[in-house]
Design a protein around this ligand. Structure first.
Ligand SMILES: Nc1ncnc2c1ncn2[C@@H]1O[C@H](COP(=O)(O)OP(=O)(O)OP(=O)(O)O)[C@@H](O)[C@H]1O
Length: 237
């Protein structure tokens, strides 16, 4: 078996000396999808921040495409090929849609089709209609589309989506899932954090569930979704 594209081992991290992660292991295969789940406050976003260099890991390894990235600053992680769609979207409010999309764009990756404005607009035609609108004039769903489009414009090899369907109306949520399916069909590697376990089960190969900063489940996403006892214990609120 080939090495995972993203390989996180024994990751520990926290805030101001208060530990949050106690040795998290997870792996995303090249071209595969990993679902990262867990109730609120269990450490999912902190895991993502530690991978991206937004929080400094205290221990453990983050390997991406064979390269050690733990402790690297966010721009180095982004250049290495990890695109983040952050929790809360964090789009630039005073830039237009198009300016948001090009603000952090990166060069194409050898062997992968390049992301361009035209390609992002094909994925999300609504962004094309709103291309001259400012970020703060968009609906929540449009902001989410923009956050995904902006991450794609970095030409990532792996994209991490942190709660990309959070707080959206069902119809808009459906549009986001459709886009994620389209990206999967193109072979983009994905790490998905989301609460919709039944949808994730149909999308992701493997799942990792965190509980209080530790891995409480690792296995097929479909097995987790089908196990009422596991779901009640690890995911019910
Ligand atoms: N900036 C911060 N400073 C201090 N503590 C934080 C900070 N961000 C998160 N925490 C704490 O770290 C723990 C894990 O939070 P984290 O956001 O990683 O969880 P999560 O699983 O992503 O949950 P959610 O679904 O609510 O985002 C929580 O106890 C939280 O209160």
């Amino acid at each position: 078996m080939s090495a995972p594209l993203l390989d996180v081992r024994g990751l520990t991290a926290g805030y101001d000396g208060a530990p949050v992660l106690f040795g998290v292991d997870l792996a995303v295969p090249d071209g595969g999808i990993l679902a990262l789940m867990g109730r609120n406050g269990m450490g999912k976003t902190t895991t993502v921040r530690a991978v991206m260099g937004l929080v400094r890991p205290e221990g453990g390894e983050v390997r991406f495409a064979g390269k050690a990235l733990q402790g690297a600053p966010p721009f180095v992680v982004a250049r290495a090929g990890i695109g983040l769609v952050p929790e809360g979207r964090q789009i630039f409010p005073t830039l237009t849609v198009e300016e948001n999309l090009v603000a952090t764009a990166g060069p194409p990756r050898p062997g992968l089709p390049a992301w361009t404005l035209a390609r992002v607009y094909r994925l999300f035609p609504r962004l094309a209609e709103r291309r001259r609108h400012f970020g703060n004039r968009l609906s929540g769903g449009e902001q989410q589309m923009l956050a995904i489009g902006r991450a794609l414009m970095t030409n990532p090899r792996l994209m991490i989506l942190d709660e990309a369907t959070e707080g959206l109306a069902p119809l808009v949520r459906g549009e986001i899932w459709a886009a994620i399916r389209a990206l999967r069909a193109e072979g983009l590697s994905l790490l998905l954090i989301d609460k919709h376990v039944d949808i994730l089960a149909g999308l992701a190969d493997q799942a990792v569930v965190l509980e209080k900063g530790r891995v409480a489940y690792r296995g097929p996403a479909a097995t987790l979704a089908a196990d009422a006892e596991l779901r009640a214990r690890l995911l019910a609120v």
